[in-house]
Design a protein around this ligand. Structure first.
Ligand code: ASP
Length: 438
């Protein structure tokens, strides 16, 4: 029998009622055998995510501040789930031992990963499933990247197709065997790794929305749902701010050709969004969606005859490398070159970058502009259509939005434009209306 890997996010495991919903979902399809869980998320908007509380505990010990308030919230949440489900998973003793570990200076990664660990322990006890310890079968190499041998190790651990397995998301072990987490939201990546390792036919990602929408509903009123989308499109959309799915979770399943289905734990009858390798010839719209991110800065240097100065671009880009700043785009003209960077990447390095740029490049002019945003119109269908760019710029012109940057990758998968932060919402609304007009 082929299997399905089902990953449940923070809101899906937030309390005992959510655990009951998960059991129902799993019982509906016997192929759902590999279960990956996040740490409990928020039950309501005023509450902190459990992972954030764990980071707080670590900070508290580091700064010699009281740990009890955040720790009590963590402990009570797990004890409550255990009690309400009538389980006897030994949580009280576990919590006492964990408290000691924190006080004794346990590592930040280890502490953060306990959210998923305890969530997984409770879920395994509740389902009568086998608990799989990620630190024993998901490995990072010396550079901090996933060691591809993890697929075999985890695959061997998940060998018995008749069993239900529960794997905590978010972590594995580093080259020295110590617990190491993925980046925030990384349980999606664990789920993708488990899907590939177990050779699942489908990777289900259960969350609290019925899939993706073509635009952010906080900006566009009632955007259309995205029923079918390609891996390439979803990667662009999630990188550009559509926050339902971690952008690094695409690669493991994409390489193995496993489709991803984003589903809603609270509305299990909704079909959600299906992410596949190849879209049908005809899709409903030419675009998959519109996403964006605010707060970018643009470093521009102007220098007469720059185009004749061999190595100028390398020296300019090298500045950012030296300061460990990752860049986003690099628009150029004959005598000017700009680099667009997320403002948080620059942090307090702005002055140092300016000084180095003056010294090394000796430009005629150096300008740093901030408060810019990037908006991406994404869709494989755009490559087949004439006039897509015209539509984008017509919409922006009619909305009286000034375009600062234009970038279209050679793949024709997206058109990215940079506008002032203040125009962000207005630009997205105008683009959405134009690109979905029939
Ligand atoms: N609990 C982790 C976080 O909050 C990982 C996850 O939920 O995917 O980032």
């Amino acid at each position: 029998m082929s299997r399905i890997t089902s990953k449940f996010g923070g809101s899906s495991v937030a309390d005992s009622r959510q655990f009951l919903k998960i059991r129902d979902i799993l019982d509906r399809d016997p192929r759902r055998r590999v279960i990956v869980v996040s740490a409990p998320g928020k039950r309501h908007s005023g509450e902190a995510k459990l992972t954030d509380l764990l980071y707080m505990c670590h900070e508290a010990v580091r700064k010699n501040m009281p740990l009890e308030a955040p720790f009590a919230l963590i402990r009570d949440r797990f004890l409550e789930i255990e009690k309400e489900l009538g389980l006897n998973a030994g949580m009280a003793a576990e919590m006492e031992a964990f408290h000691k570990q924190i006080v004794n200076g346990a590592d930040r990664n280890f502490i953060a990963a306990r959210g998923e660990y305890f969530s997984g322990r409770l879920m395994a006890a509740f389902l009568g499933a086998e608990f799989v310890e990620p630190a024993e079968c998901i490995f990072f190499d010396k550079t901090g990247r996933l060691d591809p041998r993890s697929y075999e190790t985890l695959g061997a651990r998940l060998k018995d197709e008749s069993k239900r397995y529960v794997i905590p998301g978010f972590y594995g072990a580093d080259a020295h065997g110590q617990v190491k987490t993925f980046s925030r939201g990384g349980s999606d990546i664990s789920g993708a790794i488990a899907a590939r390792a177990s050779r699942s036919e489908l990777y289900e990602n259960w969350t609290d929305v019925s899939g993706l929408l073509m635009a952010d509903p906080r900006i566009v009123e009632n955007p259309h749902p995205l029923d079918l989308v390609s891996y390439r499109e979803i990667r662009e959309l999630s990188y550009m701010g559509a926050s339902v799915f971690h952008d690094e979770a695409i690669a493991p399943v994409r390489e193995a050709g496993i489709p991803i289905n984003i589903r809603n734990t609270n509305k299990p009858d909704d079909a959600g969004t299906l992410i596949v390798a190849k879209l049908p010839e005809v899709t409903q719209y030419d675009i998959a969606g519109i996403a964006g991110k605010k707060n970018f800065s643009l470093f521009t240097v102007e220098k007469n005859m720059m185009n004749k100065e061999v190595g100028f671009a390398r020296r300019f880009l090298g500045l950012f490398e030296t300061h460990g700043v990752s860049i986003e785009h690099c628009p150029t003209s004959i005598d000017s070159m700009s680099v667009l960077i997320a403002s948080e990447e620059i942090g307090d390095k702005s002055e140092a970058l300016r000084e180095d740029a003056q010294r090394i490049l000796q430009p005629d002019k150096l300008e740093v502009e901030s408060e810019l945003c990037l908006i991406a119109v994404v869709g494989e269908g755009m490559a087949r259509q004439i006039g897509m760019a015209a539509k984008v710029f017509k919409a922006l012109a009619e909305a009286k939005v000034n375009v600062r940057i234009i970038d279209q990758g050679a793949s024709e998968l997206n058109i990215i434009i940079g506008v002032a932060n203040a125009d962000y919402e207005k630009a997205i609304r105008a683009l959405y209306a134009e690109m979905t007009r029939r």
